[in-house]
Design a protein around this ligand. Structure first.
Ligand code: PDD
Length: 275
C-alpha cells in the first residue's frame, strides 16, 4: 500500500502522469524517515524540514500536518512495517510542460515504505570513500528531488569501489553525496556548518546533541581537505546509515584503517537513543 495525496491505496491503482513536474523537472521535495520497531524516528524534525524545503521552492503544502502524520502512521501499519523507512515526496503537480509555475495546479504527494536493516557490518568495519569536486547547485540545504549531481558523484565513487563520495568545494569539505561528514581532531568533533552548501541532516543534528551530552566539543566550522586527511577519525551520517566510520579516503588510510574511539562512543549513544 502507498500514500497518494490524502489516501492510502494499492500501488497498482496509482498512475503518475508523464507531465508531473517532479518527473519532468525534478520540481519537488522529499524526505526519508527512519522507522524502528514500527515508530518513526524524529518524525517532527523530518516534517519540519519537508515544510521548509517546500517553502524554499515556493511549493504549496498539500495537506494539514496532522493529516500527513496520521497517514504516515497508517502507511506503516497497513504495510506492517517494523524496521525500515518511509519515503515521502511532494511535486508541483501536473501541467503542460512549461518552466513557469503552473497556475491552479495541485501539488502531488506520494509516500511508500521499505524494509531496511541497520548496516551493522559497515558500521563496525567502516567504508572506503572517494574525494570528489562538489558539482551540485548552491541550495544543497533544500531536500530537492533534483539529485543528479549526487547520483553522478555516488556512481563515480562506486565505480572506484568506494561506498561514498566525500565532496569539496575548492578544497573545503562540504558533505557526502548522501551523508553528512564529521571529523575528530584532538578529541573535538568538527562538521560543516548548516549553510546553503549542505543538507542539515536530522542525524547530523542528533549527533551534535549526543556529542554535547557526552561532553565532546562540537565545532560547526568548514575544514579543508588537508584537515580531513589528517583527522584522527572521520565518519559519515544519515538516516539510513546512522554513523559509519570512514577508514579510507582515496589512497589515504584514516584512523589506522579502523573505527575510532569517539566514533564508537557516538554509535553507542545513538544506539541507546533508538531503544
Ligand atoms: N540522504 N546530505 C545529503 C546530500 C543527503 O542526501 C542526506 C540524506 C544527508 C543526511 O541527512 P539525514 O541525516 O537527515 O538523513 C546529508 C537520504 C537518506 C537519501 O536521500 O536517501
Amino acid at each position: 500500500m502507498i500514500l497518494y495525496n490524502d489516501k492510502i491505496v494499492e500501488r497498482r491503482d496509482v498512475a503518475i502522469d508523464i507531465e508531473d513536474r517532479g518527473y519532468q523537472f525534478g520540481d519537488g521535495v522529499y524526505e526519508v524517515i527512519r522507522v524502528y520497531e514500527g515508530q518513526c524516528f524524529f518524525l517532527d524534525e523530518h516534517l519540519d524540514r519537508l515544510e521548509r524545503s517546500a517553502k524554499e521552492i515556493r511549493l504549496d503544502w498539500p495537506c494539514s500536518r496532522k493529516d500527513l502524520q496520521h497517514n504516515i502512521e497508517g502507511l506503516i501499519r497497513e504495510n506492517q512495517l517494523s524496521d525500515g523507512m518511509v519515503y515521502l515526496q511532494i511535486t508541483r503537480g501536473v501541467a503542460n510542460r512549461n518552466h513557469l509555475f503552473p497556475a491552479d495546479t495541485a501539488s502531488v504527494l506520494t509516500g511508500y515504505v521499505r524494509e531496511l536493516v541497520r548496516p551493522v557490518e559497515i558500521m563496525e568495519k567502516g567504508i572506503h570513500t572517494k574525494l570528489l569536486d562538489d558539482i551540485r547547485w548552491l541550495r544543497c540545504d533544500i531536500k530537492s528531488l533534483n539529485l543528479l549531481g549526487n547520483v553522478l558523484l555516488k556512481q563515480e565513487a562506486h565505480e572506484d569501489q568506494c561506498k561514498e563520495a566525500i565532496l569539496h568545494r575548492d578544497g573545503t569539505v562540504t558533505e557526502g553525496s548522501s551523508t553528512n561528514v564529521f571529523i575528530v581532531k584532538e578529541g573535538k568533533l568538527f562538521t560543516h556548518p548548516a549553510t546553503n552548501l549542505i543538507l542539515n541532516g536530522i542525524t547530523r543534528l542528533h549527533i551534535i546533541n549526543l556529542a554535547k551530552k557526552a561532553g565532546v566539543d562540537i565545532i560547526e566550522q568548514p575544514f579543508t581537505i588537508d584537515t580531513l586527511l589528517q583527522a584522527d577519525e572521520v565518519f559519515v551520517s544519515s538516516t539510513t546509515m546512522e554513523i559509519v566510520p570512514v577508514v579510507q579516503i582515496d589512497q589515504e588510510i584514516i584512523s589506522g584503517g579502523k573505527s575510532g574511539k569517539i566514533t564508537k562512543a557516538l554509535q553507542k549513544h545513538f544506539e541507546d537513543s533508538i531503544k
